[in-house]
Write a protein that binds this ligand. Structure first.
Ligand code: FES
Ligand code: FES
Length: 171
């Protein structure tokens, strides 16, 4: 089957997609976008979190065909509008500064989930409360952290993005 969709704002088309392939597999293996990780392939860990029409989903649980004609956003697209090459998104910068960067499996999903939470909260004219942060990241598992620095990073990202509303990711 042929799959046509938009990924990070760019039209993409891939052929010979097997009906059982996940969106995650297509992104990583056919489109050359390895940022979204495959850690559990069961919808449990959040490492594969991407946007599908602006909503976060576990790409490992989405059949590739479900993305037909839709907008997909991956961690590679997490850049502010008009960003210079290499310029970090406020969520990425906040994770760096707060010492919240974990491993390459969990961090991409945490970044996308944080971006989504902060975006939704700021759209309602407020910053996310701690309980909301914990709930929003409950599906992003890392057994190597106490999550405190991640919470710090989310708060910092919310502060930065509230102060600079132009710093929105391509979604
Ligand atoms: S790889 Fe998709 S939720 Fe774990
Ligand atoms: S799973 Fe990534 S550091 Fe724990």
């Amino acid at each position: 089957m042929r799959l046509s969709c938009t990924v990070n704002g760019t039209p993409q088309q891939v052929d010979d997609v097997w009906e059982g392939e996940s969106l995650l597999y297509v992104l990583r293996e056919r489109m050359g976008l390895p940022g979204s990780k495959n850690a559990c392939e069961q919808g449990e860990c959040g490492s594969c979190t991407v946007y599908l029409d602006g909503l976060p989903v576990c790409a490992c649980l989405v059949a590739a065909g479900q993305a037909q004609g839709r907008e997909v956003g991956t961690v590679e697209g997490l850049t502010p509008a008009g960003a210079a090459p290499g310029e970090l998104h406020p969520v990425q910068q906040a994770f760096l500064e707060a010492g919240a960067v974990q491993c390459g499996f969990c961090t991409p999903g945490l970044l996308v989930a944080t971006d989504d939470l902060v975006h939704r909260s700021l759209a309602e004219g407020r910053k996310p409360a701690d309980a909301e942060i914990r709930e929003a990241l409950a599906g992003n598992l890392c057994r190597c952290t106490g999550y405190e620095k991640i919470l710090d990073a989310v708060r910092l990202a919310a502060d930065r993005m509230a102060a600079d509303p132009t710093a929105e990711a391509a979604r």
